[in-house]
Design a protein around this ligand. Structure first.
Ligand code: NAP
Length: 254
C-alpha cells in the first residue's frame, strides 16, 4: 500500500521510521523545505510544495497513493487545508496525526491568545525581556512592539528583515531539558515567554521551567483543526493504517 506522509514534525519522522521495515507499506515523506538541514528518516523523501490543493491531488493520482497522512505541525494551516481538499477530490483516505495540545496546570501563569498580533500586544507597554519560541515565520507582529528585548530561539536563524530592533538569536533544535531551559531563562533574565501551543514533549520543558521560575507565558492557541479522521500519536496512526491496509487488500482480493 502506497502512503504519502506530509511531515516536518517529529511525529512524521517517527511514523516514517516505524513504517520502514513493514512490508505492507511503501511510504514517502514530504517536507516543505523550510529547514536548512532537516533530520531525514530512512525512507524516500521529497522536498518542496506541490502547488496548492490541486497540485497535491495531481501528485496523489500520478503516484497512485492509497492513503494520505497529514502529520504536519498543528500551526501549518494551509498544507492541512490542501490535504483535506486533495483527499476529497481524489477519494484518498486521509488521517491527521496531531499531537495533543498543552494544558495549563496549577502554578502556570498563562495568557491564552488567538494569534501572534494579540500575543505581541499582550506583552504590554512596559519594556520586558521576552523569550520568543514561535519559529521564524511569525515574527513580524513583534516589530510593532519594539520597546521589548527579544531572545528568539529557532532551528534556523530568522531573516534579518523580520527581526524586532532589539533581538538576539539562539539557534537550537529540541528536545530541550527542563534544567537547561531554566538556566537559559535565568541567564538571559527572561521576564515572559511567548510560545505557540504546539503540544508534544520535545519542547514542553520551557513551560515547566517558566512555572518553576514563576514567569508568565503568552500562549498562542491552535487554529481549529478540520473535520477529518484524527489521532494523537504514532501508535494510533499505525493502527489506522493496518485497518486501511486490510480493507484495501480485501477489496483488491490480495
Ligand atoms: P503552511 O503555511 O501550512 O504551508 C505553506 C505551503 O508550504 C503549503 O501550501 C505547501 O505548498 C508547502 N508545504 C507545507 N508543508 C509541506 C509538506 N510537508 N510537504 C510539501 N509542501 C509543504 O505550512 P508552514 O506553517 O509554512 O509549515 C511548513 C512546514 O514546517 C510544515 O511541513 C510543518 O509541518 C513544518 N513546521 C511548521 C511549524 C509551524 O509552526 N507552522 C512548526 C514546526 C514545523 P504548496 O501549496 O505549494 O503545496
Amino acid at each position: 500500500m502506497k502512503l504519502l506522509i506530509l511531515g516536518g514534525t517529529s511525529e512524521a519522522s517517527a511514523l516514517a521510521r516505524a513504517l520502514k521495515d513493514d512490508p505492507r507499506f511503501t511510504a514517502t515523506l514530504s517536507l516543505a523545505g523550510r529547514t536548512a538541514a532537516p533530520v531525514l528518516p530512512p525512507i524516500p523523501v521529497r522536498i518542496g510544495g506541490f502547488g496548492g490543493a490541486s497540485g497535491l491531488a495531481r501528485y496523489l493520482r500520478e503516484q497512485r497513493i492509497d492513503c494520505l497522512l497529514d502529520a504536519t505541525h498543528p500551526f501549518a494551516v494551509r498544507i492541512t487545508q490542501n490535504a483535506v481538499e486533495a483527499a476529497r477530490e481524489t477519494g484518498t483516505p486521509l488521517l491527521l496525526l496531531r499531537r495533543s495540545e498543552w494544558n495549563s496546570v496549577a502554578g502556570d501563569r498563562w495568557t491564552v491568545v488567538a494569534d501572534m498580533q494579540t500575543a505581541a500586544r499582550a506583552l504590554g507597554e512596559i519594556p520586558r525581556r521576552v523569550l520568543l519560541t514561535i519559529g521564524q515565520q511569525d515574527l513580524a507582529p513583534f516589530r510593532n512592539a519594539s520597546w521589548h528585548h527579544y531572545v528568539i530561539r529557532s532551528v534556523d536563524p530568522p531573516p534579518p528583515d523580520v527581526l524586532p530592533p532589539s533581538a538576539e538569536i539562539i539557534t537550537a533544535r529540541g528536545p530541550f531539558a527542563e534544567l537547561d531551559e531554566q538556566q537559559l531563562m535565568e541567564q538571559r533574565r527572561i521576564e515572559v515567554l511567548v510560545t505557540k501551543n504546539s503540544g508534544g514533549t520535545a519542547t514542553a520543558a520551557k513551560l515547566k521551567a517558566a512555572r518553576v521560575l514563576g514567569l508568565p507565558v503568552v500562549m498562542v492557541a491552535r487554529p481549529p483543526a478540520p473535520q477529518a479522521d484524527s489521532v494523537a500519536d504514532v501508535a494510533a496512526a499505525l493502527h489506522w493504517l493496518s485497518v486501511h491496509h486490510d480493507r484495501l487488500s480485501a477489496r483488491r482480493g490480495t
